[in-house]
Ligand binder design. Structure first.
Ligand code: SF4
Length: 263
């Protein structure tokens, strides 16, 4: 079961243990100092279990949210199914963030990429981690009923999460984990290229850049790379607070109107 809001107490310190050694005066000593600095940085990186300097990783993942520059070279574009299978295989072996340490299985997606409707949740819970499929616990059963009420088959939509590995104690993914996993989410959504995305919960809406700086966020259309995004409450939240099912159903009716489907 996922939490609805970020837990500020869950934030980890990212302050580096690395400190640059003293810089000496002469050129030889300066060179030796630089080598020592590089070695110290590598030791710090090893201690973090990372595969690149954190600042570089962050820039790379953030830039993945922006369109690629046109190099003029002819592009070889794999079909979306092949691309998604490759990404799922990569996610199964991925060690880009600390979440890989406690996962049983990575959880890439379920449903069909040949759809006009995608649901994005927050991250896998216990049952999802065990089975390697998203939304298979109680919250998933509620989501299936919501999908059926919209007139879709359970396997007729595409369902994925912001992070592909289960956060400990089902906590909300840290921003660094979400940024690291954008390596998968961005090409995943690009490959499916739906007409509408439903963001399930504030975490998903925030990572799709669809939460205003203040005020109401649920039920307000946003946009991710030109695709309309409807942010609404997470099914796990609805299990705890069923009185909010009605506004969620109103949001889903808005989605149906956007898709020109019968409400
Ligand atoms: S959550 Fe995403 S980035 Fe982190 S280890 Fe799993 S697949 Fe990799």
């Amino acid at each position: 079961m996922r939490s609805e809001f970020n837990d500020p107490t869950a934030a980890k310190s990212t302050k580096p243990a690395y400190t640059r050694p003293n810089v000496a005066n002469g050129p030889d000593e300066e060179l030796a100092s630089l080598v020592a600095s590089a070695q110290e940085l590598l030791r710090w990186e090893d201690a973090l279990g990372g595969s690149g300097f954190p600042a570089v990783e962050l820039r790379r993942a953030t830039s993945a949210l922006e369109p690629e520059a046109d190099t003029g070279a002819p592009a070889i574009v794999p079909d979306s199914h092949t691309r998604l299978q490759t990404l799922a295989s990569e996610a199964a072996e991925c060690t880009r963030c600390e979440l890989h340490r406690s996962r049983t299985k990575s959880v890439f997606a379920r449903g069909t990429p040949d759809t006009n409707l995608v649901f994005v949740g927050e991250g896998p819970g216990f049952h999802e981690d065990q089975q390697g499929l998203p939304f298979v616990g109680r919250a998933g059963q509620l989501l299936d009923r919501m999908i059926a009420a919209m007139g879709y088959d359970r396997e007729g939509v595409y369902i994925c999460n912001v992070v592909k590995c289960r956060p400990p104690e089902n906590r909300t993914p840290l921003p660094t984990e979400a940024v690291a996993c954008a390596h998968f989410l961005v090409p995943q959504l690009e490959a499916v290229s739906p007409k509408v995305i439903v963001a399930l919960g504030r975490c998903a809406a925030e990572n799709l850049r669809c939460v205003p700086p203040s005020g109401k966020w649920r039920g307000i259309w946003g946009e991710w790379r030109g695709i309309p995004v409807m942010p609404t409450y997470h099914p796990a939240f609805l299990l705890r607070s069923p009185q909010f099912k009605k506004p969620v159903w109103e949001d889903l009716q808005e989605v149906l109107r956007k898709l020109n489907r019968q409400v």
